[in-house]
Ligand binder design. Structure first.
Ligand SMILES: [Zn+2]
Length: 161
């Protein structure tokens, strides 16, 4: 999948996690999780410039867990949210690539089984653009929803009798 699709998926996953946890996306915790997720969502593709076989060893959920643990132990600020964001961003990359045709082992080294859902080509402009749109829309809605709800409540008068 292309970078825009991965960034969109990281934003979408972050938004869903923050919504489920009831955390304001523009709070310190929300920004820590989202920032860490966006920062880590392209790390699995470091296999390309390093010269490793693409989608062989770096596209494993094991690295998501280890990166999350490293963030938890080493982050000076909001370690739980940074660790969760790093794991979420890395994991969202693996999940995104699973949607495409090319098979790879997401559970390496526990299982070498190569899988993919084959929903679209990795370079699909439509799929990558849709994921970016969904991620930006979800995060924007989550960040703006308190203001939207407050504005709606100000403009709605309910007759009480
Ligand atoms: Zn990838």
């Amino acid at each position: 999948m292309r970078a825009q699709g991965h960034f969109g998926l990281a934003l979408l996953a972050s938004s869903l996690a923050l919504w489920a946890a009831g955390v304001d996306p523009v709070s310190q915790s929300g920004v820590a999780l989202t920032g860490a997720a966006v920062a880590s969502c392209m790390l699995p593709d470091l296999d390309l410039p390093v010269g490793l076989r693409h989608r062989a060893y770096t596209h494993s959920l094991l690295w998501a867990l280890l990166l999350g643990a490293a963030g938890l132990l080493a982050s000076p600020c909001c370690p739980v949210w940074v660790g969760a964001g790093l794991a979420l961003g890395y994991g969202s990359h693996v999940a995104g690539d699973l949607l495409t045709y090319r098979r790879f082992p997401p559970l390496w080294p526990l299982c070498g089984c190569r899988v993919s859902l084959g929903l679209f080509r990795a370079d699909s402009r439509a799929a990558n653009s849709l994921l970016l749109f969904l991620g930006v829309a979800a995060y924007t809605y989550l960040a703006a929803s308190p203001a939207i709800h407050a504005a709606l409540l100000r403009n709605i008068s309910i007759p009480l009798g």
